[in-house]
Design a protein around this ligand. Structure first.
Ligand SMILES: Cc1ncc(COP(=O)(O)O)c(C=O)c1O
Length: 403
C-alpha cells in the first residue's frame, strides 16, 4: 500500500475561508452578529422551515430545544421525569441531552439495515407501559438514513406525544420529498467537523413554531428577555426598551450560554453555497465504493444507496455468520490507512455512563446490540479523490484476506 491516509472527515481551508476569518477579525465583531443571522436565515430557507437558532454545538441545540419544550405550557406531558422514546444506537449526545434536562430515555430497538427506531417497538413500549408516563418520540436519522417519520408521527398523534428529530447526521436527507428536520415539531443539527455542513463546532435548532423559536433564543443566552425575530437595536430602536432596562440584561427565565461565534457561522455560510454539491459528491462516493466493494457483500452489508439520502459517512455491517471480527478488520484497515469508527455502540448496554440501564436492557435490544458490536463506518466526504476511493477499495481487498 502507498502510505495514503483516508480520514472519516476532513476540512479544507481555502482562500475564501481565510478571507472571511480575516474580515471578521478586522471588524472587531467576533461574537454572534451578522454571519450568525445570515446562516440562520439561509439554513432555514434551504431546509424549508421558518426559524433557525444557531448555537455552539448540536448537543447544545438538543438541550436548548428540550428545555424550551419543558418551559412551554402547551405541552403539559413534557416535564421532569417524563419518558422520551429514543434510539439506543446514536452518538451519546442524544441520550445525554434527555438526561441533562431531567427526562428519561426509553430505548427501543432499531432496524438492522437503516439503523432507525422500529415503529412497532415504539408502539409496544407505549402499550406495555403507562402512556401517561411518556412525553415524546426522539428519532435520530443516523448516518443520513431517514427514520420512518410517517409511522412515528402517527404513533405520536395516537398517544398525544410530541416528535423531535435529531437530524444532526442528515443535512439535506429527504423523506418523501421533504427535508428531515421539517417532519416534526422541532429538530437539531450538528455542524461538527465530520458532518456534511461542517465548521468545527456549531449546532442549530429549527422549528416552524414561533413560540418555541423565541424560547430557544432566550435559553441559549441565559434566559435574557431579548427574543425578537429580527433585532432592530443596531438601527437605534428596540421594542423592549420600555421594560425599564436593557432587555439583553434582564432575564425572565434561567438558561445557558450556548451562543456561537461569527467565525463558525461565516465558515458555515460558505459551506451553504455548496450544499447540493456536497451532498451529491458524498452520494457519488458511496456509489463508487459500493461498486468497488460489492465482491464482499456476502460478508459485509454495504450501505443502501438512494438519491434521497445525504450520507454522513459510509456505514458497513459485518454479516452474521461471516466469521469476521469487526475489531480485527477495523484495526487492519487503520493500519492500511483507512480511518474508521465503530457505529457508536448501543447506549444502555454498551456505554459505561449508562451502567444503571444495562441490566434492564440486557437482551431487549438485539439489533442495536448487534450493530453496536459489528458495525463501523469510514469516510465518504466531499474531499475524497478517486485515488482515495481506490485506496479504500484496495485496503479492503488486502484486509479481507486476513478475515
Ligand atoms: C446524532 C447526533 N446527535 C447529536 C450530536 C451532537 O452534536 P455536537 O457534537 O455538535 O454536539 C451528534 C454529533 O455528532 C450526533 O451525531
Amino acid at each position: 500500500m502507498n502510505g495514503r491516509r483516508v480520514m472519516v472527515g476532513d476540512y479544507k481551508i481555502g482562500q475564501e475561508e481565510k478571507d472571511v476569518i480575516m474580515e471578521i477579525l478586522d471588524s472587531g465583531r467576533i461574537s454572534e452578529y451578522k454571519y450568525v443571522a445570515q446562516f440562520e436565515r439561509e439554513f432555514a430557507k434551504i431546509i424549508g422551515v421558518k426559524y433557525c437558532v444557531l448555537v455552539n454545538s448540536g448537543t447544545s441545540a438538543l438541550i436548548a430545544a428540550l428545555t424550551a419544550l419543558l418551559y412551554d405550557e402547551r405541552f403539559p406531558k413534557i416535564k421532569k421525569g417524563a419518558k422520551v422514546i429514543t434510539t439506543p444506537l446514536t452518538y451519546i449526545a442524544t441520550s445525554n441531552a434527555i438526561k441533562l434536562v431531567g427526562m428519561e430515555p426509553a430505548f427501543v430497538d432499531v432496524h438492522l439495515d437503516t439503523f432507525d427506531m422500529i415503529p412497532e417497538q415504539v408502539e409496544a413500549v407505549l402499550k406495555n407501559g403507562n402512556p401517561d408516563d411518556f412525553a415524546m418520540l426522539l428519532p435520530v436519522h443516523l448516518m443520513g438514513y431517514p427514520a420512518d417519520m410517517d409511522a412515528l408521527n402517527a404513533i405520536a398523534k395516537k398517544y398525544g406525544l410530541v416528535t423531535f428529530e435529531d437530524t444532526a447526521q442528515a443535512h439535506g436527507t429527504k423523506y418523501k420529498g421533504k427535508n428531515t428536520g421539517t417532519l416534526s415539531l422541532i429538530a437539531d443539527y450538528s455542524f461538527y467537523i465530520a458532518h456534511n455542513i461542517q465548521v468545527g463546532e456549531m449546532g442549530a435548532a429549527i422549528t416552524n413554531d414561533e413560540k418555541l423559536y423565541r424560547l430557544i433564543k432566550k435559553i441559549k443566552a441565559n434566559g435574557r428577555m431579548c427574543d425578537c425575530v429580527v433585532c432592530t437595536r443596531s438601527q437605534g430602536t428596540c421594542p423592549k426598551d420600555n421594560l425599564g432596562s436593557d432587555p439583553r440584561f434582564l432575564h425572565d427565565m434561567i438558561g445557558y450560554n450556548f451562543k456561537t461565534m461569527e467565525f463558525q457561522a461565516a465558515l458555515g455560510v460558505l459551506q451553504l453555497k455548496r450544499f447540493d454539491e456536497i451532498i451529491r459528491s458524498r452520494q457519488d462516493n458511496v456509489k463508487y465504493l459500493n461498486e468497488g466493494l460489492k465482491t464482499f457483500s456476502d460478508r459485509l452489508v454495504l450501505p443502501k444507496w438512494d438519491e434521497a439520502i445525504s450520507y454522513l459517512a459510509y456505514p458497513i455491517v459485518v454479516r452474521k455468520g461471516s466469521g469476521i471480527e469487526r475489531e480485527a478488520l477495523r484495526k487492519k484497515l487503520e493500519k492500511l490507512g483507512v480511518e474508521n469508527r465503530p457505529l457508536f455502540g448501543s447506549i444502555p448496554t454498551g456505554q459505561p455512563a449508562y451502567h444503571d440501564y444495562k441490566a434492564y436492557y440486557e437482551g431487549k435490544l438485539p439489533n442495536a446490540d448487534y450493530l453496536g458490536e459489528n458495525a463501523f463506518y469510514i469516510g465518504c466526504h466531499q474531499y475524497l479523490e478517486k485515488e482515495d476511493l481506490d485506496h479504500i477499495i484496495d485496503a479492503f481487498y488486502e484486509a479481507m484476506k486476513f478475515c
